[in-house]
Design a protein around this ligand. Structure first.
Ligand code: NDP
Length: 262
């Protein structure tokens, strides 16, 4: 029988070097905190530093939406950590509009850059090192919204759907090199970005005919509440740990049961 020496509550990721995008608040900050608790060395990034970057993490300001931003971040990570064993692609989001046809061209591009191509570009720079070491762990943060693609967010949801397909393909390609690649799809989670977006969505849907607006988690989520950033981070940490050693190309939906699926 194979035993896993490092389990939950231990420093199970000691010696691992992790990069987390968007770790200044919300889900990313919770992931950073749990990685630090698990013993990993962590570099995180956002466009601007805030007082909420978890203590103990290295921080570098970066915008992941461009190839140049990804290159600068990968170079900094290489220099600061000496190599990257773990990547959590968490930075994401988009502004809602009055239906699919009202989304401006530049916001389609922006949504693709932030929610999809940022991961593709960073992976292309960081995976070669993992492949050489024949070891690596990657988590892409998608969204349970992919399961209900509504017009005001179609640019965001389509980009996340592309991210999921890309992630699964990458997982198959990298499995022979000992690199595991998985997706975590949060349901509605109480974060600064999530709350601001739902307020904008309520305003937008009020101006539209027969458009669904944001729901109340207490009514629509079987577990009766919004997610907490820590709920999502627990799932991410599990997928990064040795406990998930036989999991790759998976998509863990963490949504309080809102969207049941097999
Ligand atoms: P927040 O808006 O609260 O935090 C987002 C983080 O990403 C911040 O640190 C932000 O810092 C950073 N960020 C945003 N844009 C960029 C950029 N261009 N370059 C670098 N960093 C950036 O988001 P959440 O914690 O709510 O969301 C985290 C992830 O979870 C996202 O991918 C989101 O799509 C997904 N998600 C969230 C849900 C929710 O209900 N909260 C539901 C489903 C999915 P700064 O602005 O300073 O750059």
């Amino acid at each position: 029988m194979t035993t896993i020496e490092n389990g939950p509550g231990t420093r199970e990721l000691a010696g691992k070097r992790a990069l987390v995008t968007g770790g200044s608040r919300g889900i990313g900050a919770a992931v950073v905190r749990q990685l630090l608790d698990a013993g990993a060395e962590v570099l995180t990034t956002a466009r601007s530093a805030t007082g909420t970057v978890p203590e103990g993490a290295n921080f570098v300001a970066a915008d992941v939406r461009t190839r140049a931003g990804a290159e600068a971040l990968a170079a900094t990570a290489q220099e600061a950590l000496g190599g990257v064993d773990i990547v959590v692609h968490n930075a994401g989001g988009a502004r809602p509009h009055e239906g699919a046809l009202a989304i401006p061209d530049e916001e389609w591009q922006d949504a693709l850059d932030l929610n999809y191509l940022a991961s593709v570009r960073l992976d292309s720079l960081l995976v070669p090192g993992m492949r050489e070491r024949r070891s690596g762990r990657i988590v892409h943060i998608s969204s349970a919204a992919v399961l209900t693609p509504v017009g005001p967010f179609l640019h965001y949801v389509a980009a996340k759907a592309a991210l999921e397909t890309y992630s699964q393909g990458l997982a198959l390609e990298l499995a022979p090199f000992g690199i595991r690649v998985n997706v975590v799809s949060p349901g509605r989670t109480a974060t600064p970005g999530g709350e601001a977006t739902r307020e904008q969505w309520a305003e937008v849907s009020a101006r539209m005919d027969a458009a669904p607006g944001p729901t109340n988690a207490a009514d629509t989520t079987p577990l009766g509440r919004d997610g907490r950033p820590e709920d999502i981070a627990h799932a991410v940490l599990f997928l990064l740990s040795d406990r998930a050693g036989w999991l790759t190309a998976s998509n863990l939906v963490v949504d309080g049961g809102e969207f049941p699926r097999g």
